[in-house]
Ligand binder design. Sequence first.
Ligand SMILES: Nc1ncnc2c1ncn2[C@@H]1O[C@H](COP(=O)(O)OP(=O)(O)OP(=O)(O)O)[C@@H](O)[C@H]1O
Ligand SMILES: N[C@@H](CCO)C(=O)O
Length: 343
Amino acid sequence: MMGEANIMTTVVNHSDTVHVSVPATSANLGSGFDSVGLALDRRDHVTFTLGDVGDSSVEVEIHGEGEDALPRDESNLIVHTFLGACEALGLPRRALRMVAENRIPQARGMGSSAEAIVTATAAARAFAQDPASSLDREYVFAHAAEIEGHPDNVAPAVYGGLTVSWHYRHNDENLQDVNGGAIQDASIVEGFHTVNYLVSPEIAAYVFVPDFSLSTNKARRSLPDTVPYADAVFNVSRAGLLPAALESAGGESSNELLFYATQDRLHQSYRSQLMPQSAALMHSLRAHGYAAMISGAGPCVIVLHYGEISQELRQLAGEQLESGHWNLLNLPIDSQGVRVTRD
Ligand SMILES: Nc1ncnc2c1ncn2[C@@H]1O[C@H](COP(=O)(O)OP(=O)(O)OP(=O)(O)O)[C@@H](O)[C@H]1O
Ligand SMILES: N[C@@H](CCO)C(=O)O
């Protein structure tokens, strides 16, 4: 017998409010320029509420980092990215109210722009999919990396932990089979890719955050077009060590491996004139055997270490910390990446 339930139309109530939280990230880790990234346990939380269809008003409330500087209109990176993503996903324009609670310092090398782009992309994707299904992280990673232009911050912001990412194009290599035809294989896909590695829970990040900023665009303009072959080989040998250095079980030799793995000749020296205080702090910490590096494009300095070293670092960087221009954050590694909930 056909019951009433069988003839009722199913109505899916798409929620009007989505909450997104995304961790800070540190890109490069010395040797892994534009490829390696690590998620840090410090998050921005953003709530998106959609109103009437056809109403294109935008209301933005910002608390914490950037509350005095970030725009509150469509030029805000999160708003701009969110509206573009909604349009690309075929969602109708609706009134938007966005409330941000920011804890990630901006333009410091802690992945704030990737956080903003991942937040916006994840929110749009959540509004477009069935509320019961889990977040489509592959979609968020692919689209956010495309917008950011390089995947090293976006991947850990989406997946958590340590990530090694790359971009693939069919014409990267001149691939031909023996009969002269181009190789076709459905499993080899153009676009951004990433591999997620476990990080030992005993490793902590210590981030020295200065009170001055540096935009990534400016830092990228200081890089040369080409690098010496020997420097490329130098970085390849160190970057290959990073997953092992961060995964391993700890102990004295692990900190030694972290030190070697984080050596770099591709970017930090070229940028040091833009942030001489950061370069000096990094060199002085490395002179004491610590795996210190510029976080992302700088000017933060990050130290990775097995075991607690807050006191040692406070002593070594006493001058900087006492100057009042630097703050030291002790952050565990984040293993979750982007989190999305709906009311
Ligand atoms: N929460 C946010 N809301 C809106 N815009 C943001 C937010 N966070 C960052 N931005 C935008 O991104 C800019 C900073 O991006 P930039 O790439 O220069 O630094 P970063 O991402 O913090 O550092 P890095 O890429 O080296 O880790 C800010 O000046 C602002 O325009
Ligand atoms: N790999 C990037 C990270 C900052 O977005 C750079 O160093 O320029």
